[in-house]
Design a protein around this ligand. Structure first.
Ligand code: 5CA
Ligand code: ZN
Length: 412
């Protein structure tokens, strides 16, 4: 698929720091230790509705990872998928009497526009599930050959499932107990009651063709892919095993990332899928998680159409820590707009307080598990002094401008 266009990321002086991130699998804050090319996979959208502020918050968090690795001198190989065939897309198309292909293309195009407006650095590989069906089929064929997958005994719909006991360490990624896994599996797209499965929690790999559903011919028989194997195949085939960060919102920790890892590890002789599993908290609205299924949404495109500066959206979402579940409110946006104005006023002055130490502290906070609240407070403190006309350093305003651009993606 076509990715979106990039923006230039300026280099900043001083000494970069290695990025430390919370890893769901170990429950620890650990340094990322990429090689010359840092490798990241972030789960993309299911394009049946427009990008809301929950999606935006998650992609903005991983945009910071991208920027901090660039700052540390790495090249970044970033891969993101588009789940352009799955039940929610078909259900929405049916509800609205829309064509599922057209719906997916339209919402993906809008997502790209939103990402560009937010200055999110694009993935190098932006990959749809539909265009990767041959890769997915090949992966499922291997899982069947390894004995990690099986067909249910149903002559009409011989679906293929993954045997979750195969790798021997199922559950390591999310760390959830059996009862929690069972609850979340049922809530998040699983089918525990499908007759013929060896274990209620085994996940669908290939759904045999049903009447009135899209299907692709393949050596597995006509059908369409399950959800988790899509991300395993796309990531493994582009990044290899043991890539640096697998990312998404916390609602993907189970079952999606657990199964993506288990499928990939079954394919790759047990080699770990990713080194870090990183999860962003959920943005809420009106006391509930913002979600397409609940319909309590604020769209990025709506705010843009209302003339809201995308830099203010960044600042509003960065006012909270990426891992905390937090509400979106009008007040958050108003405060961010006021902050943006103050920052812009300060960097347009001809002088300000010395800024090298500000750059160093920004790096400290951001490389400490993306501590944006403290990063914003650090810039605020410089801005307050600058607006009091406290400083005499003529290079400082430009340095702050370049640094907020490079590290936070906020163009002043
Ligand atoms: N296509 C799959 C991933 S392969 C999917 O989950 N798509 S999605 O459109 O439902 O979500 C896209 C990303 O936004 C996921 O990382 C998801 O965890 C994240 N996300 C969804 N809702 C929220 C929310 N309210 N707050 C923060 N992140 C969210
Ligand atoms: Zn995914």
């Amino acid at each position: 698929m076509q990715t979106w266009s990039s923006v230039a990321v300026p280099r900043i002086p001083g000494t970069p720091r290695p990025l430390r991130l919370h890893d769901t699998a170990t429950g620890q804050l650990r340094p990322t230790a990429p090689g010359p090319v840092a490798r990241m996979y972030v789960c993309g959208i299911t394009p049946y509705d427009a990008t809301h502020l929950g999606h935006a918050a998650t992609y903005l968090a991983f945009d910071l990872v991208h920027r901090l690795w660039l700052d540390a001198g790495h090249e970044v190989h970033y891969v993101q998928n588009v789940t352009d065939i799955d039940d929610p897309l078909l259900e929405r198309a049916e509800r609205d009497q829309d064509d599922w292909v057209v719906l997916g293309m339209r919402e993906t195009a809008l997502f790209r526009e939103d990402m560009e407006a937010l200055r999110v650095l694009p993935p190098r590989d932006y990959i749809g599930a539909v265009e990767t069906i041959p890769e997915i089929v090949e992966a499922i064929g291997k899982l069947l050959a390894h004995g990690a997958a099986y067909r249910v005994d149903d002559p009409q719909y011989p679906d293929v499932y993954f045997d979750r006991s195969y790798t021997g360490r199922f559950g390591y990624e999310s760390g959830y107990d059996e009862a929690t896994m069972a609850t979340l599996f049922a809530e998040r797209g699983g089918d525990p009651d499908r007759p013929g499965k060896r274990d209620p929690l085994d996940a669908l790999l290939w759904r045999a063709a049903r009447p009135d559903e899209p299907a692709w011919d393949s050596e597995l028989g006509p059908g369409r892919p399950g959800w988790h194997i899509e991300c395993s195949a796309i990531a493994l085939n582009r990044l290899g095993t043991g890539f640096d960060v697998q990312g998404g919102g916390s609602d993907l920790a189970f079952p999606h990332h657990e199964f993506s890892a288990a499928h990939a590890e079954a394919l790759a002789g047990g080699h770990p899928f990713a080194r870090h599993y990183v999860h962003a908290g959920m943005i809420g609205l009106g006391g509930e998680k913002m979600s397409k299924s609940k319909g309590n949404l604020v769209f990025v495109s709506r705010l843009r159409a209302d003339g809201v500066d995308p830099a203010a959206i960044r600042l509003a979402l960065f006012a909270g820590h990426y891992r905390s579940d937090r509400p979106w409110t009008g007040a958050l946006l108003t405060e961010a707009q006021a902050r943006l104005e103050r920052w812009r006023e300060a960097v347009s002055l001809t002088a300000g307080p010395e800024a090298d130490s500000v750059v160093a502290r920004l790096r400290d906070h951001l490389t400490d598990d993306l501590d944006t609240p403290r990063a914003l407070a650090t810039v605020d403190a410089w801005v307050t002094e600058a607006l009091r006309r406290d400083g005499t350093d003529n290079a400082a305003p430009a340095l702050i401008r370049t640094t907020t651009d490079a590290l936070l993606g906020v163009a002043l």
